[in-house]
Design a protein around this ligand. Structure first.
Ligand SMILES: Cc1cc2nc3c(=O)[nH]c(=O)nc-3n(C[C@H](O)[C@H](O)[C@H](O)COP(=O)(O)OP(=O)(O)OC[C@H]3O[C@@H](n4cnc5c(N)ncnc54)[C@H](O)[C@@H]3O)c2cc1C
Length: 237
C-alpha cells in the first residue's frame, strides 16, 4: 500500500532519539514487528542517500496511531524529519517484512537487541501484552547507558501487566553508576542467566548490522539451531 500519512506529534524518547507519530490511515493494517518505507515530500534539502528510509513500527496494530523512532544522526533526511511541522505529510509504502512473533505460544521468544533495534520489539511486546498472550517472552536490551534506552518505561509497564514477559535492560558502558540491571556486552553467561534451556526458544535479533552478526555467531557457537534465529538488520548504523 502506498499512502500519505499526516504527522501528528513528535517527542525525544532517549538521547539523540526521537519518535514520530502519524495518523493511521483508514483501513491500514500491519503485523507487529513489520516496517514501512517513509519518503519525504518536497524536502528542503537532500543528500546522496535520498529521501526514503525504512522504519519499523514502534506501535502495535491495536494502538490508535502509527509511529516510528530513530537515532537522530546528522543526515539531510533526519534534519528535515526533525523540523517537519505537525500536520505535514510523508509518503508511506508498506507494510513490509516478516520480523514478526511466531504463532506457537508454547515456544518462548527471546529478544537480544542492540540500541535502536528495539523498535519492532516494542510493537510485538505491546501487542502480546494487549492480547494476554501466554507466550514466554524475554527481552535483553543493550544500550551504552540508561539515557540511550528508548521505551524503558513502556517495557516496565508491559512487564507489570504481562506475567509472561521478562525485561532485562543491559548497559554496556562500564563507567555507569547507580545501575541495578545487567552490565557489559551480552555474552554466553548473560544469556544463560536468563534462558534456562538455550535450545527451546526462538531468538529475535535486530539493530545495527555488527551487533546482529555478533549475536548470531554467539548463538550458533552455543549450538542454537539457525532455523530458530530471526533477524532484522538496520543499515546505516
Ligand atoms: C527493515 C528495516 C527496518 C529499519 N527500522 C529502523 C527503525 O525502526 N529505526 C531506525 O532508526 N532505523 C531503522 N532502519 C534503518 C534506517 O532505514 C536508516 O538506514 C538508518 O536510520 C540510518 O539513516 P541515516 O539517515 O541516519 O543515515 P544514512 O544517510 O542512511 O546513512 C548513514 C551511513 O550509512 C551508510 N549506509 C546507508 N545505507 C546503507 C546500506 N544499505 N548498507 C550499508 N551502508 C549504508 C551510508 O553510506 C552512510 O555512511 C531500518 C532499516 C531496515 C532495512
Amino acid at each position: 500500500m502506498s499512502t500519505n500519512v499526516k504527522l501528528v506529534d513528535k517527542a525525544v524518547i532517549a538521547r539523540d532519539t526521537m519518535a514520530f507519530y502519524f495518523e493511521k490511515p483508514d483501513g491500514f493494517t500491519y503485523r507487529a514487528g513489520q516496517f514501512a518505507d517513509y519518503t519525504l515530500i518536497n524536502p528542503s534539502e537532500t543528500d546522496e542517500e535520498g529521501n526514503t528510509r525504512a522504519f519499523s513500527f514502534i506501535t502495535a496494530p491495536y494502538e490508535e496511531r502509527i509511529a516510528v523512532a530513530t537515532r537522530m544522526r546528522d543526515t539531510a533526511f533526519k534534519r528535515v524529519l526533525k523540523e517537519l511541522p505537525n500536520g505535514s505529510e510523508v509518503k508511506l509504502d508498506g507494510p513490509y517484512g516478516d520480523f514478526t512473533l511466531h504463532k506457537t505460544e508454547s515456544i518462548p521468544a527471546v529478544f537480544i537487541i542492540g540500541g535502536i533495534g528495539v523498535t519492532p520489539v516494542r510493537s510485538m511486546i505491546a501487542q502480546a501484552t494487549q492480547d494476554k498472550s501466554l507466550q514466554q517472552i524475554t527481552l535483553l536490551h543493550a544500550n551504552r547507558t540508561a539515557a540511550d534506552e528508548p521505551f524503558a518505561e513502556d517495557f516496565a509497564s508491559f512487564a507489570a501487566n504481562n506475567p509472561n514477559f521478562k525485561f532485562v535492560p543491559v548497559v554496556t558502558d562500564s563507567t555507569v553508576e547507580d545501575w541495578n540491571g545487567e552490565r557489559g556486552h551480552v555474552d554466553e553467561e548473560m544469556i544463560r542467566r536468563h534462558v534456562s534451556d538455550l535450545n527451546v526458544p526462538i531468538y529475535y535479533l535486530s539493530g545495527p548490522e555488527g551487533m546482529v552478526k555478533a549475536m548470531r555467531q554467539l548463538l550458533v557457537s552455543l549450538n542454537v539451531n539457525e532455523d530458530n534465529i530471526k533477524t532484522e538488520e538496520f543499515p546505516g548504523y
